[in-house]
Write a protein that binds this ligand. Structure first.
Ligand code: ADP
Ligand code: MG
Length: 222
């Protein structure tokens, strides 16, 4: 589903050069649920963003479903991001003045598609994430765990093959966080979605099948 080949990423801020990733080779298989762990600043988010085409490597290559991102036009990459990948972030990134349904449907509207055709799918997704009773609530009327469920629902609306989640429970208490992990695990097992998450929590990481540890810009243990 995702392959990286000798991935390097260097950030240049004025005279300061930060080598964040130093030759990452990884293969994520279809249907896997993988957790990326490592100390703060070790490049976990950077790696996830490169895998999702949200940023470009300094050198090396990323393939998603066999297609090399650097060989694709910008437009093709954004279509891939909208249709093949679903993103989930630590701070949910919901639109405050849109309700639950509207937030979930946002990717469909941005794609210029007719929301009507997505009615059944929306219902099924609301059911999956347990928010059928909250459809008219706005984000500030929801708990943190519920807001993250909305973000996961939004990541699912275009039926992506892959979910990329950057510290999805980083802002939640343990019990709520484990509820989110169970949801992701269910999505992985029942729908066969490939999931790559970044997490600080060893407990959260055990919901997946494999842990990749980053240290000093390299994979030091799998
Ligand atoms: P992690 O997610 O593991 O905490 P990040 O991938 O966010 O780590 O960041 C790794 C390193 O790269 C950090 O030292 C961070 O300061 C630096 N970094 C991240 N993004 C940028 C950026 N856009 N510009 C400059 N430096 C960055
Ligand atoms: Mg990070």
């Amino acid at each position: 589903m995702i392959e990286t080949f000798q991935l390097y990423k260097t950030y240049q801020l004025g005279a300061v050069r930060v080598e964040v990733l130093k030759g990452i080779d990884l293969t994520i298989q279809e249907g896997e649920f993988v957790s990326i762990m490592g100390p703060s600043g070790s490049g976990k988010s950077t790696l996830l963003y490169l895998m999702g085409g949200l940023d470009q490597p300094s050198s090396g290559r990323v393939k998603v479903k066999g297609k090399e991102l650097s060989a694709m036009k910008d437009r093709e990459v954004s279509i891939l991001r909208r249709r093949t990948l679903g993103f989930v972030f630590q701070f949910y990134n919901l639109i405050p003045n849109l309700n639950v349904e509207e937030n979930i449907m946002l990717p469909v509207l941005l794609d210029g598609k007719q929301p009507k055709a997505y009615r059944h799918r929306l219902e099924a997704i609301l059911e999956t994430v347990g928010l059928a009773g909250r459809r008219r609530h706005t984000p500030r009327e929801l708990s943190g765990g519920e807001q993250q469920r909305v973000a996961i629902a939004r990541a699912l609306i275009n039926e992506p093959d892959i979910i990329l989640a950057d510290e999805p429970i980083g802002n939640l208490d343990t019990k709520t966080g484990m509820g989110i992990m169970e949801l992701l695990q269910r999505i992985n097992r029942e729908q066969g979605k490939t999931i790559v998450q970044v997490t600080h929590s060893r407990e959260a990481a055990t919901y997946g099948q494999r842990i990749i540890n980053l240290r000093d810009g390299k994979v030091w243990e799998e």
